[in-house]
Design a protein around this ligand. Sequence first.
Ligand SMILES: Nc1nc2c(ncn2[C@@H]2O[C@H](COP(=O)(O)OP(=O)(O)O)[C@@H](O)[C@H]2O)c(=O)[nH]1
Ligand SMILES: [Mg+2]
Ligand SMILES: [Zn+2]
Length: 305
Amino acid sequence: MKGRIFKSTGSWYEVLAENHKRYSCRVRGKFRLDEIKESNPVAVGDHVIIELENDIGSITEILPRRNHILRQSVKRTGHASVLAANVDQVMLLATFKQPRTSWGFIDRFLVAAESFRIPQLLVFNKKDILTQDQLEELLPILNRYESFGVSTMIISAGFDDDISNVQKMLEGKATLVAGHSGVGKSTLLNRLSPIITQATNNISDFSDKGTHTTTFAEMFELNEHTFIIDTPGIKEWGLVNMEPPEISDYFPEMRDLRLNCKFGARCLHINEPKCAIKEAVEDNQIILSRYESYLSMALGLDNRK
Ligand SMILES: Nc1nc2c(ncn2[C@@H]2O[C@H](COP(=O)(O)OP(=O)(O)O)[C@@H](O)[C@H]2O)c(=O)[nH]1
Ligand SMILES: [Mg+2]
Ligand SMILES: [Zn+2]
């Protein structure tokens, strides 16, 4: 019988089967996953074949993945695990303040998604606490993100009467939702689905971005065609298998421009002469903070700030 992985604890998997029942399953035997070298063979979002014996399931096959999102292990460098598979889009929930999500973190997240060719939504929460000046600072930046293909939105998950604008963006898709702890992810998910009952944290010390209650990704069904994949509060977003010369490929506003660099594909846009990217930054065609994010990635700097 076919099914889809909704939850993984590493050894047990919760599968929603095509008969609409949920089964706890184990992996039986060894899979031949030629192209997958990651530590966990089965990930949330995977379509699988299960066999049942007294309501206990065995996963006997993983169906081909449309895509997957890798996450670099924080503890073991060079080690990656599959965070989720078969994802239609990612949604990063961010906040302008309380706590402030850095543009560096946002860009790393977007670039990672772009490298897996997964469309991105950037949603700023806690609109209610923004002053008019802060809104006027944020809006033009978001317009520029829109111009290179990122969908953006400013909401107040805690106070908006109506969140149908968010629901519309999610409808019919499987969306991976991420964000630092404290941005209001649980508040939003609780509002999106009555079956998601997650503890919300009253965090007074927002500097503690490490606190999180969830440790594994988990998928929820909003309706028959709409799924949310909740991820643990992400502290940092390691770059997986990304060499400096290819990083600007994943900045959509740099992708075409960089063909005009004097050193072509060898240009790292750091201190090379006649660099089209640096010129575009000077002309304000590329957002300075985006270029700074690029530099920090190309120079292999840590993003845990
Ligand atoms: N002002 C304001 N606070 C919010 C909003 N949404 C969530 N919060 C608060 O932010 C804190 C963290 O929310 P929570 O949903 O637990 O965040 P999570 O860590 O991302 O899951 C809680 O105190 C929420 O009440 C909002 O739209 N506006
Ligand atoms: Mg939470
Ligand atoms: Zn260049």
